[in-house]
Design a protein around this ligand. Sequence first.
Ligand code: ZN
Length: 141
Amino acid sequence: MDDLEALYKQVIMEHYKYPHNKGLLDNDKYKKVHLNNPSCGDDITVQFIVEDGIIKDIKQDGHGCSICMSSASVMTDVIMGKTVDEAKRLIQEFLDLLTGKEIDDEELMDALVYQGVSKFPARIKCAGLSWKAIKKGIEED
Ligand code: ZN
């Protein structure tokens, strides 16, 4: 394993062990989207609120593999505080990155480490699940 790979692994494990914005709220003003990935057993719910065109708050909860759960934590960090349009762009960039496209947008922050997932097709769905959930919620508005 090279140093870069070790760094990737460290970022993923940090978010897995200490997930950000985990736990759902009992609040009707939040939009909630639930998605699962039967091939791995990942199951995730994303909850968010948009005010004045800005994604003001995001929560996530569920269970699954380290790639899926860490990615949900990273997603909340990247998307929180963004406008709906910025969020759509960043989500698309992340989904493109998972399929091996060269993306180096600094706004993706820790999400950039998931570039390595493109080498493991079975894990692409894991990494993309929470991002697809919030994408679905945004597009339904
Ligand atoms: Zn998974």
